[in-house]
Design a protein around this ligand. Structure first.
Ligand code: BES
Ligand code: MN
Ligand code: ZN
Length: 488
């Protein structure tokens, strides 16, 4: 989808479809002499957030159709505005129009400015209009969508603000789509080599360079934990490095590190069969850090970013790691693998040590790390763990702003006591509950060289059931965070 800005007012524009509030719709209908048509069409309409009505006006006039969004005339809070916007965006999806004009940015939203209102509308559109039909034998044109462009209506005063939101939304859309496409890829296609191939395409963008470490190089560096995860598979692992240099030469980069387990069977600690297909989504951390990097590069943010993707497949076989195996990490610490299904932290700990060489000012890892985080937070929030109040707050606020929300969890030293091994420096699983926290505590042992945050997105990165698919979260949060860091 393409987004653009259109300057004007609802009564002087030409469009096949205007997305508007009830009062805006009335102004249009009055100006076109079709108030009776509108009133008849809206007779039973409830003007509430989440409701929409489609009204056909006589062809040949300025506005051919009105997509009326309920609730958009009253003062809304942020959550209700998102509800209004996503109902409208979902209704737009089904219409046989190539172009639509979005007039909802002028709504009143408590404590939110025009840039936010335009951005929230655009985010609703980006989320609703995504399609993934790559593996259907009959591929509908444009993914089954007639719609190709959505214009955001702005008046002269709001022009620059809306244009900025539109520019950022186009960049965000590229990043979100990349993350969702990678996540949805079946595991026989979306393996570590595929992730590398797709990451390499980012080097078409200005200031982006992509390199990778193969298993031989990882062995030389002493990444024994990472390599223990890939031991059981025939598919080679990769540590992918994407460098975006939009900032000044000497500026320390922000490092993003993604868990890229392209399929997680659990290994010898085999998972049960039910819903195991969803473990293709175990690379969503990787997909979203690549997506956020793409969005940042598309938006030409004036910052430096290093993105590391720990890509491997976790399979059982005669060569696979066993529960009880002890491996040595790149940091020198030894780990007793008590459960081969706690593999994410094993690939991440070596990637986090590798991150040190970029002298990053901040490191954020993103991982579908634990089932326990789903017990704690469900799917509405990603979990944020950090010793840095400033970093945790910045991430939670970026989530609040973007609607891609996150919630802070504790990382207190007391929890570290549950990581005790009789035979190695640490075990790869904790005891005594709080599985999402103890997983974060494991990673914390490898991050004392820089300010660090961990995001567990096992509940937010994908949906199961009828709506099964990658959500692209937390690309929205990360992109907002990166824009803030870049002063945009
Ligand atoms: N990839 C899983 C976590 C996960 C579970 C993600 C459900 C998405 C949905 C992770 O590798 C895992 O298996 N974690 C184990 C850890 C346990 C063995 C300590 C878990 O959560 O059960
Ligand atoms: Mn696992
Ligand atoms: Zn996993």
């Amino acid at each position: 989808m393409k987004y653009a800005t259109r300057i004007g007012s609802v009564t002087d524009v030409k469009t096949p479809c205007l997305v508007s509030s009830v009062s805006q719709a009335r102004r249009v209908a009055r100006a076109q002499g079709e108030l009776k048509v509108l009133d008849a069409a809206l007779r039973d309409f409830r003007d509430q957030a989440g409701k929409v009505a489609l009204v056909q006006l006589a062809a040949g006039k300025g506005v051919q159709r009105l997509l009326v969004a309920g609730g958009a005339d009253s003062e809304l809070d942020a959550a209700n505005f998102r509800k209004v916007a996503s109902a409208a965006a979902n209704a737009l999806k089904t219409l046989p129009v190539a172009q639509a004009l979005w007039a909802l940015s002028s709504a009143k939203v408590k404590g939110r400015d025009l840039h936010w209102r335009a951005s929230a509308g655009l985010a609703a559109l980006a989320n609703a209009l995504y399609q993934f039909a790559q593996h259907k034998s009959k591929k509908p044109e444009n993914g089954g969508l007639t719609l190709r462009t959505v214009q955001m209506l702005a008046d002269d005063r709001g022009r620059a603000t809306v244009q900025r939101a539109v520019r950022q939304a186009n960049a965000l859309q590229q990043g979100l789509d990349l993350a969702r496409n990678l996540g949805n890829q079946p595991p026989n296609v979306g393996n570590p080599s595929y992730l590398l191939k797709e990451a390499r395409k980012l080097s078409r963008l200005e200031n982006v360079r992509v390199t990778s470490l193969d298993e031989k190089r990882m062995a030389e560096l002493g990444m024994g934990a990472f390599l223990s995860v890939t031991a059981g598979t025939e598919t080679p692992a990769r540590l992918i490095v994407v460098q975006y240099k939009g900032g000044k030469r000497g500026d320390a980069p922000i490092a993003l590190v993604g868990k890229g387990i392209t399929f997680d069977t659990g290994g010898i600690s085999l998972k049960p069969g039910a819903n195991m297909d969803e473990m293709k989504f175990d690379m969503c951390g990787a997909a979203t850090v690549l997506g956020a990097t793409r969005a940042a590069a598309e938006a030409k943010l004036p910052i430096n970013i290093v993105t590391l993707v720990a890509a491997a497949e976790n399979m059982p076989s005669g060569k696979a790691s066993r529960p009880g195996d002890i491996v040595t990490t790149m940091s020198g610490k030894t780990v007793e693998i008590l459960n081969t299904d706690a593999e994410g932290r094993l690939v991440l700990c070596d990637a986090l040590t590798y991150a040190e060489r970029f002298k990053p000012r901040t490191v954020i890892d993103v991982a579908t790390l634990t089932g326990a985080v789903i017990v704690a937070l469900g799917s509405h929030a990603s979990a944020v763990f950090s010793k840095s109040d400033e970093l945790a707050t910045a991430l939670v606020e970026a989530g609040e702003w973007s609607g891609d929300r996150a919630w802070r969890m504790p990382l207190w030293d007391e929890y570290q006591e549950s990581l005790k091994s009789n035979f190695a420096d640490i075990p790869n699983i904790g005891s005594g509950g709080a599985g999402a926290v103890t997983a974060a505590c494991f990673l914390a042992r490898f991050t004392d060289k820089y300010p660090w945050a961990h995001m567990d997105v096992a509940g937010s990165a994908f949906k199961g059931g009828a709506a099964k698919g990658a959500t692209g979260r937390p690309v929205g949060l990360l992109f907002r965070y990166l824009c803030q860091q870049a002063g945009r």
